[in-house]
Design a protein. Structure first.
Length: 263
């Protein structure tokens, strides 16, 4: 029961959606740094190729790009078809791709709901469903199931200060979808868990952190925003033998943001 085997993801095949930037890039790097073979997918083909090349150079694992626009069902299908050409198994699926839309309550557009819910919730189900045969093929001995990890948000647990109605609703739905999938896929020897992330350096958070970083850090019990090691480490735990019996959980990785006491 040594650390090198308990937390190992060496030679595992991993798909990270939105894995070229932000939190997705942090997760991709964590897996590659620990010897996994990582497929990165998003609609920004240039960023996917660039990230894959950079991560492979860092090693010891490798990274490979398969661009896809997840708003398009055909792209989701093509992504998994291409993955099946290259691999017979998928050990870990990380559903990370997401979008946000901030606008005042009185002007919040109908289009925001379609766009945000499609990517943050609907396509999570689509991609998980399409990848299930590969995940089942990877689910081998007792103690090593296939893994699905969903990147949620503490804004799906608490009421956010910002007016991001569709985003917070989609992440609350994602956390519950993960539990529903855990019940169904658990019977197929596949776990489903979500990570409710607090503030991290990412494109989605860039404008907010630029404006309010000291205030945000001051409201967090640990007095800092998240680092790559925080989210990557949680994913490595869930993907390794150490996390093999965790199923249907929502793990908050937020420095205590969601439970910080307020007067």
């Amino acid at each position: 029961m040594d650390v090198s085997t308990l937390f190992s993801v060496k030679d595992k095949v991993v798909l990270v959606t939105g894995g070229a930037k932000g939190i997705g890039r942090m997760i991709s790097e964590g897996f590659v740094a620990n010897g996994a073979k990582v497929y990165i997918s998003s609609r920004d083909a240039k960023s996917c190729e660039s990230a894959a090349a950079e991560l492979t150079t860092m090693g010891p694992g490798t990274a490979h790009a398969i661009p896809a626009d997840f708003y398009k069902l055909s792209d989701c299908q093509n992504l998994v078809a291409e993955l099946k050409k290259r691999e017979t198994k998928l050990h870990v699926l990380v559903n990370n791709s997401g979008s946000n839309w901030g606008e005042s309550y009185d002007r919040y557009p109908d289009a925001a709901w379609t766009r945000v819910l499609t990517l943050n919730l609907h396509r999570v189900f689509t991609i998980t469903q399409l990848c299930t045969p590969l995940l089942e093929a990877a689910a081998g001995i007792v103690g090593d199931p296939g893994r699905v990890i969903h990147i949620g948000s503490i804004d799906g647990i608490r009421v956010p200060a910002l007016e991001t109605f569709a985003y917070s609703a989609s992440k609350a739905g994602l956390h519950h979808l993960s539990e529903v999938l855990a019940n169904h896929l658990g019977k197929r020897n596949i776990t489903s868990n979500s990570i409710a992330c607090g503030p991290f350096e990412s494109k989605m958070m860039a404008a907010t952190l630029k404006k309010f970083k000291p205030m945000i850090e001051g409201s967090i019990p640990l007095k800092r925003i998240g680092t790559p090691q925080d989210v990557a480490g949680t994913c490595l735990f869930l993907a390794s033998r150490a996390g093999a019996y965790v199923n249907g959980a929502t793990i908050t990785v937020d420095g205590g943001s969601a439970i910080g006491a307020k007067l």
